[in-house]
Ligand binder design. Structure first.
Ligand code: F0G
Length: 489
């Protein structure tokens, strides 16, 4: 018999703030490379770690999506996967787990996050609508454009203040939201809250903020405005609420997750993150009529209502992983890893976005390489140099790569706005790396920084390719190409 969910939360005096609640059974070997090879490779693959064949990336922190190590419990559950098309046994296991996790009644499996978003946006968002958010993830932003709606990001003012020590810099700006409702409430079909706020340095959202969004919608709505929660990494957000928001210290993270979800009309999850699986997702609602409206859409895009694009063994892995991922001991250790990683950077003079929490570490590349102007990609340049020095794969989220299009004129690339910070995201694959890996990543970044002004600025390459469609404009960072103005040291 495997250790049960309850047993995994039994009282313990072992400090999981110092040591993980699991040990390692399988290891994955990595390909040895040299600095010369890496310098050649990054040039060959267009100066971008996400473009490299992954086998040449020693520590891969490009994303935490689908990159978790699964547990013995998950692998054994997969052997029980029922691959029947309709109503397989594994579906009932998953439905029960997701209901327990979210507290929501109607569950619709989807093969990953964005396919779940597709059906919600198709049913509830239309032409001329506006969709405010604390900061849309790239795919919900694209869904807005695709539906002829306008995504509006209103992140709280604390995010823009580097010296602010709040743990909840991912919040939506409630005053700005009220103003939007008063001025344009008839256009607001949905408010989308991303918990935590991936594209704003992964910053968490407070329970108070979620509750206030619900109150603002109920008080000011001029049509049937819905509240969506994008819960890809909700469990990690719940840990920060438990630790730092008054009144939650004694609660289990799963109860905090359920309370967060209770304020929403619909939740959608890329389970590839906090679900601890390599593929999977779901949508959940409490309203039966809304569920019925969503039914034909998932069948059209992803598969039948009881598998949503996943195989039976995927359903089993998620049924187990979603509960492991909200285990308080596990989450305590996840935050411990972030702290170790942040210290590995700051102790070497590498500037880290404050606070470092939950899903990874954001490097403030603008501070590390002050000689490179924001529009010339300090994050892009530092990430490339760190790969050359130490084989670490990181994602640039600087103005060059991720500067925002102007939503009133999105096709006009001359109007791209600067990002508030020139960041690099070091996303932490779950249960994959050890403290020594984080130390090495800090070392690689520090070695990169030592080159100072010898590190080149970047520019966008002019590509011979068909014009991009209006609704896809936010996705350009994934296929645009950039080049250094002179060669890397
Ligand atoms: N929402 C958030 C907040 C995300 O971070 C992602 C994906 C999605 C939705 C879409 O989910 O990939 O399963 O379709 N984020 C990945 C990342 C790709 O690297 O941040 P998906």
């Amino acid at each position: 018999m495997r250790i049960s969910d309850q047993e995994m939360l039994a009282p313990s005096d072992i400090p999981y703030s110092l040591t993980p609640p699991y040990r390692v059974k399988t290891v994955e070997y990595t390909r040895p490379t040299t600095r010369d090879q890496r310098k050649q490779l990054i040039k060959e693959y267009n100066w971008s770690a996400p473009n490299l064949p992954a086998e040449y990336v020693y520590i891969n922190m490009v994303t935490d999506s689908g990159t978790s190590a699964m547990s013995d419990r998950q692998w054994s559950a997969m052997m029980l996967g029922d691959e029947s098309y309709f109503n397989c046994k594994s579906w009932y296991e998953l439905k029960e787990s997701l209901q327990k996790f979210s507290g929501m009644e109607y569950i619709i499996p989807s093969h990953q996050g964005r396919s779940g978003e597709t059906i919600l946006y198709e049913v509830l968002v239309g032409k001329g609508d506006i969709v405010p958010s604390n900061c849309h993830f790239t795919t919900t932003r694209a869904h807005c454009y695709h539906r002829g709606a306008e995504p509006i990001d209103i992140t709280c003012p604390e995010y823009y203040d580097e010296n602010n020590n709040s743990w909840f810099k991912g919040n939506i700006d409630i005053e700005a939201l009220k103003k939007l409702f008063i001025e344009q409430g008839e256009k607001i079909s949905v408010v989308e809250l991303v918990v935590p706020n991936n594209l704003c340095a992964g910053q968490p959202v407070s329970m108070k903020n979620i509750r206030e969004v619900r109150q603002v919608i109920d008080k000011y709505k001029k049509r049937d405005t819905k509240f969506f929660l994008d819960i890809a990494r909700i469990s990690e957000n719940a840990w920060i609420i438990k630790k730092y928001e008054e009144g939650y210290g004694h609660k289990a993270c799963i109860d905090i997750v359920r309370e967060m979800c209770s304020y929403a009309d619909a939740i959608h999850m890329s389970a590839k993150k906090a679900g601890l699986v390599n593929m999977g997702g779901f949508v959940a609602v409490n309203d039966k009529t809304l569920y019925q409206r969503l039914q034909p859409k998932i069948i059209k895009y992803d598969g039948f209502l009881t598998y949503g694009g996943m195989s039976g063994r995927d359903l089993e892995a998620l049924a187990v992983g979603i509960i492991e991922g909200v285990n308080d001991y596990y989450l305590e250790d996840k935050q411990r890893q972030c702290d170790v990683f942040a210290k590995a950077c700051t102790s070497r003079g590498v500037a880290v976005f404050n606070p470092a929490c939950t899903l990874g570490i954001w490097i403030n590349a603008g501070k590390c390489l002050p000689h490179i102007k924001p529009q010339e990609g300090p994050g892009t340049a530092l990430a490339v140099q760190a790969y050359i020095e130490g084989g670490v794969g990181l994602t640039s989220m600087d103005s060059l790569h991720r500067g925002r299009e102007d939503s009133s004129d999105p096709l006009n690339t001359a109007k791209i706005q600067l990002a508030p910070y020139e960041l690099i995201r070091c996303a932490i694959p779950r249960r994959v790396y050890t403290d020594a890996h984080y130390e090495w990543c800090g070392e690689a970044l520090a070695k990169a920084m030592e080159w100072g002004e010898k590190i080149p600025p970047y520019r966008r390459q002019v590509l011979d390719r068909p014009p991009i469609e209006y609704s896809d404009i936010g996705l350009r960072a994934f296929f645009d190409e950039y080049e250094p103005i002179f060669d890397h040291p």
